[in-house]
Structure formats: C-alpha cells, structure tokens
Unconditional design. Structure first.
Length: 176
C-alpha cells in the first residue's frame, strides 16, 4: 500500500494515516514496523531496487554479447516502468532530494541499481573518448520518461522500443 500511495500521490502528499487506512490499521500501528515515514520509504525503495536489479541481472545473464545485454536490460527496465509497477514509479517519482533525512541512503540505493547499467555501458564496444557516464544517464532518462508518452494501444511494444533505443545508440556511435 505504501508503494502504491507513494507512486500515485508522491511522498510529500502521502501520510502515514493514508497508508494505515489503506491496510485497515491504526496509524500508530505502522510505527510498530517503521520508526518513521522516511524509514517506510526506504523499505519501499529497497524492495523496488532489489526487484528491478534482480530482474535486469537475470535478463542479462541470457546474453553474451554486450549490445544484446544492454538491450535485455533496457527491455526489463522499460517493462517495469510501462506496466506502472508501483515500486518502479516510486524510484522515478520520489527523488532523494525530496526527503533530506534519508537522501544519502536513497542515493546509495539508486547508485546500486545504476551500477548495473554502468557495468553494461562499460562493456560496450564504443569509440575511444565516448562519454559513457552521459550515455548511461541519457539512456536511463529516456527509459524512465517513456512512461509519459508510451501508448500501449500504439504500434510500439516495450521490446521494440528497447531494440530501437539500443539501435539508435549503435548507429550514433558508428556515425561519430
């Protein structure tokens, strides 16, 4: 329920009372499990990062070639974003800066997930001098932003989009 409400309303607009009502508890009962709303958000982040990272790592294992690995990672990430997974939406919507008391811990969780993409981008056969940091950030940004424009009734599928994203990256590197 906490992940759902944080995803739908945002962190600031969601109260412990809202979460408690959603699971038929008294607000004070939530504090038996979490010391604060920030600690509850951390638990949601940890679950979301763990779920997404495990799915990406599992998808990548099925491929040996670096471009196929990054495409598999993009597909899994896109599927989580586009199916509106509450956990994925919280990771995208609630930024560490939004919650100063736990911002560093949230950044560390995000960095742990981004490490997977850092490793995948590092393995790509790219020309010398390619800014892999910028490439990774642009790729993740494009994947995350798809939730705003993707039309599930349209002609594109998540698999097709992942293939196009990676294909465009490859083409751009060859043209450079």
């Amino acid at each position: 329920m906490a992940a759902y409400l944080f995803a739908q309303r945002g962190y600031a607009a969601t109260s412990i009372r809202d979460i408690a009502e959603g699971v038929n508890m008294l607000p004070g009962s939530v504090y038996c499990h979490f010391a604060s709303k920030e600690e509850l958000l951390l638990a949601v982040y940890e679950a979301g990062v763990g779920e997404l990272e495990a799915a990406v790592r599992s998808a990548v294992k099925g491929h040996d070639e670096p471009w196929a690995q990054i495409e598999a990672a993009c597909l899994v990430h896109l599927e989580a974003v586009l199916r509106r997974s509450d956990y994925a939406q919280v990771l995208i919507r609630v930024l560490p800066e939004d919650v100063p008391p736990v911002a560093e811990r949230l950044r560390a969780l995000r960095a742990g997930y981004e490490q997977v993409f850092r490793e995948l981008v590092a393995a790509l056969p790219l020309p010398a001098g390619t800014d892999r940091h910028a490439l990774r950030l642009m790729l993740l940004g494009a994947l995350n932003w798809a939730r705003f424009w993707f039309d599930p009734q349209g002609r594109e599928t998540p698999r097709g989009l992942a293939r196009k994203f990676v294909g465009l990256l490859r083409e751009a590197q060859h043209a450079a």
